[in-house]
Design a protein around this ligand. Sequence first.
Ligand SMILES: Cc1cc2nc3c(=O)[nH]c(=O)nc-3n(C[C@H](O)[C@H](O)[C@H](O)COP(=O)(O)OP(=O)(O)OC[C@H]3O[C@@H](n4cnc5c(N)ncnc54)[C@H](O)[C@@H]3O)c2cc1C
Length: 355
Amino acid sequence: MKVGVVGGGINGLATAWALLGAGHEVELFERDRLMGATSSASSKLLHGGLRYLEHGELRLVRESLRERAWWLRTVPELARPLLLAVPLYRSASRPRWKLKAGLWLYDRLAGKAGIGAHRWRSTAALTALMPGLAEDGLRGGYTFYDGQMDDYRLGLWVADRVRELGGRLHEHAPVRRVSERGTLVLSDTERAYDRVVNVAGPWAERLGTNSGIEDGIHLDPVRGSHILLDRPQEAGLLLEAPQDGRPFFVLPYQGRTLVGTTEVRQSPDTPVVCSPEERDYLLAAYSHYFRDDAGREDVAETFAGIRPLIGSGPDMNRVSREYRITRRGRLITVYGGKWTTARRLGREAARIAAR
Ligand SMILES: Cc1cc2nc3c(=O)[nH]c(=O)nc-3n(C[C@H](O)[C@H](O)[C@H](O)COP(=O)(O)OP(=O)(O)OC[C@H]3O[C@@H](n4cnc5c(N)ncnc54)[C@H](O)[C@@H]3O)c2cc1C
């Protein structure tokens, strides 16, 4: 079968990889650069998503934990286990028992794919681990493990696997329209395939509507921004933003400190950048927890991406990160999907395409 794939983010690449593995011929079209959009603007975590447990998404968490282990095992040069702490302050909204229960379940769901168990640490142990952490009101905290990746280079690693299997990857090749007949319109040509898979991430719905296709599935585009501080960080932290109680991360990343993220609804048609308000929000959240405040002059870089979340609701934090795949004639459309679970999404899309 000849398959045309639209989108060169991690989900498009993983779909191409799975299709090639199943013996199909694949050509992928990316309007810009491979891995140039959402997939290189993530929090860099290969994770089960501890906070999805609160929403009862056990299946998603278990599968993500298995995938986490696969990436860590298979590409150790670009993915490593990361120690993360959840400090418990007197002002915390979640009680200690709830945190303990969540981390216990997280370890259990990982099972054999576990990379280290959670444990309680005293205030002294925690501040020894993370010098500079504000001690006022600190009652100790838990540590646990997740994976951290270089998302951009890990995605390019997948692109190399695709090329090795004979996949053809076209960059700077925007697709104008797709059709249920299996055609795909580029700026100057129309090409015909046995199947076309639209994996355009946050732009998948837009490509569908531009092609006159209405699937009844709506993406809820929510921007998430990060700042990179020019200072080292020993271990990762999962904290509650003092402004609104939202969870956010402070992570060591390539010798700097990565702080994120935010949640701002935006159209995927407008530029995806970290706003000054988001930068200041993240700086204030960080400075709340560290004795050495961070100011605008400490920000070495900012970046932003749009989460391709499915459905909508008033609480953006509660929207499911899972994906949906639809098929209409020869056209398959992928909505949503996390980085960590891209391989599984790719296999599922390839299976639906082959039916
Ligand atoms: C702030 C933030 C933090 C995140 N953190 C994590 C995390 O730590 N761990 C995790 O597992 N997940 C995380 N995610 C989720 C994850 O990053 C995304 O779900 C995933 O990267 C989406 O990949 P994708 O391939 O579907 O989309 P994208 O990476 O956006 O790829 C879609 C591609 O399609 C291309 N495209 C669009 N339209 C067309 C067209 N018409 N023709 C050709 N090409 C087109 C785009 O240019 C783009 O390159 C995070 C997301 C955000 C926003």
